[in-house]
Design a binder for this molecule. Sequence first.
Ligand SMILES: Cc1ncc(COP(=O)(O)O)c(C=O)c1O
Length: 340
Amino acid sequence: MKFIDFRSDTVTHPTEEMRAAMAAAIVGDDVYEDDPTTNELEALAAKMLGKEKALFISSGTMGNQLAIMGQTKKGDEIIVSADSHIVTHEAGATALLSGANVCSLYFENTVPDAKMIEKSIRTKNVHHPDTALICLENALANGHVVPLERMAEIREVSKKHNIPVHLDGARLFNAAVALGVDVKEITQYCDTVTCCLSKGLCAPVGAILAGSAEFIERSRRNRKILGGGMRQTGVLAAAGIIALEKMTKRLHEDHANAKYLAQKLSEVPYIHCDPDAVEINMVFCTFDQPEEKIAAMAGKLLEKNIKIGGYEGGPVRFVTNNDITREHIDLLVAEIQNCF
Ligand SMILES: Cc1ncc(COP(=O)(O)O)c(C=O)c1O
């Protein structure tokens, strides 16, 4: 059964070109660091992200957690948005794996604020944890993008207090497209960065962690500790190379489709949706309809082979991706109206 899936960009399927490259990939043993395709991916990623070295890892979560493990010691504190993936969607891994204390801040619209971050940096005091890391996200999980000026301000704070910055760039390339800049313009403001090869870039598995050579060497060992030392990873890296080289260049299509969807939704009298608020591939809207009808919508759409996320009481989210066309969007908007 083929579904039209608006739940996330994590649901994208690898392209035909990726599947062919995976089948033909030359492989070795990546724990011995002699998988040529993985080595090629890591070199490409380091270059694109403007960092000394990069490491192929299983997931964005692993990247964030390796960044924390590699830059904190037990009892240190990280500063991070309360709405971030690290705080809300990584199953308490920061506490479990690194034993780090979390200073989670509520930012307006979740856009990080340099002054708030600076105020939260601990002074040297026998009572205080040591602030060891500032974690940022770009793009944000709410579909917005952190402006470069904001990243620069936070970088200044980080330099002043000698505290490194980790960037969760699960959708870093979406952020770069939205800002109209090369990714290096964003990553210049962080010491370490994670970006996902899956999600909008369509690789079936994997993410990249990048930073200094010394940090990546440490992270390679920490990845082993987490059981993430994998062997013939060239099969996956082959798709990752296409993700970085080709799929990054088509993300603007997903963004344009998201704007198109937002426009169509805004034309429905009982839906509130602002097309101008769409910055990446995510559309959020609210419904002037009874709660039970909104909650029933996902089930009704599923009967039409359309998948959307379950209703959680707030705005409803739709995500466009490589497998979503304008026809799919027109069908979604028509079927939504049949739900009410
Ligand atoms: C902002 C953000 N960071 C990290 C991740 C984690 O990625 P993964 O699912 O590969 O662990 C996600 C996943 O959706 C995300 O949205």
